[in-house]
Design a protein around this ligand. Sequence first.
Ligand SMILES: Nc1ncnc2c1ncn2[C@@H]1O[C@H](COP(=O)(O)OP(=O)(O)OP(=O)(O)O)[C@@H](O)[C@H]1O
Ligand SMILES: N[C@@H](CCO)C(=O)O
Length: 319
Amino acid sequence: MAVFTEVSRDEAAALMQRLGLGQLVAMAGCAGGIENTNYFVSTLRDGTRHEWVLTLFERLTHAQLPFYLYLMQHLAAKGIPVPDPQADGDGAILHTVRGKPAAVVNRLRGASVLDPGPQHCAQVGAMLARMHLAARDYPRQQPNLRGLAWWNETVPVVLPYLQPEQAELLRDELAYQNALAGTDAYRRLPAGPVHADLFRDNVMFEDGRLSGVFDFYFAGCDTWLFDLGVALNDWCIDLASGHDDPERVAALLQAYESVRPLQADETALLPALRRAAALRFWISRLWDWYLPRQASVLKPHDPTHFERVLRARRQEVAA
Ligand SMILES: Nc1ncnc2c1ncn2[C@@H]1O[C@H](COP(=O)(O)OP(=O)(O)OP(=O)(O)O)[C@@H](O)[C@H]1O
Ligand SMILES: N[C@@H](CCO)C(=O)O
């Protein structure tokens, strides 16, 4: 159960009232998730039942959160099915509960599809392109806090825990990505606010249709191609081996390009950015695994999965 901070029913009811969301009728801690405390909360307003998610942020600060919450509000206003943070009478969408930053968003309908087929991947590809375009005029700036600078800081911290051949791979890939970031072709890549964590467990489907995208708390400004790499590396691979499923890759890419065709530079750099995306999650998983933060990471994800994904991406580039 991902409840790191207990919230009483009275506290939650008071917040719901303050936001004008009605009277609290049910509340339950939400299983799943490794970063934040989440409660599902039901309210009655004008005789109708409404479903919400109350999140207490365990890691992110009051200063970092506006970028994510206003991005969600911006995308929701443009018809992208993302959680819409609810405002109080003063228009504030970042609240405080038990001394922690907190937000209340609408609960998305549907459930995650953990074994996706080409039809699911196509819908994810089209939605990702729509999100990129919809966020183009989002005015706030925040770098991807899990980007190149963080990789350079964190790799030396995790290297001592690795076997020599793993350390060699990590150093080599980081050097490759540092060199890539210095090229003109990389600097020309279109960029903007990106989700940066669009995995299977962050998308909902209802009756086979994509019904929502959530968990924007790793979003930041980065290349659109990096975001595409993150999604391809999770939605379109065989999880056991890390290798691509060509049918799902084609479905996701074609659907993305039906909304926003890739530029020639982007097509050329996609394999390199897929490597970058694999490296990003290998590093974060190593960091969570070997340097767990107190009361935060409940069950760290297996880092060796992304070591395999990275090796598979490098083999494909070499092939
Ligand atoms: N707006 C929402 N609508 C419906 N369900 C939600 C919503 N937000 C969160 N959930 C549910 O709560 C679970 C945990 O949420 P979330 O993934 O955001 O937590 P987290 O702690 O940030 O996790 P992680 O970083 O591991 O993805 C999700 O798997 C999902 O089932
Ligand atoms: N999607 C990340 C977890 C952070 O949301 C991972 O699988 O490592």
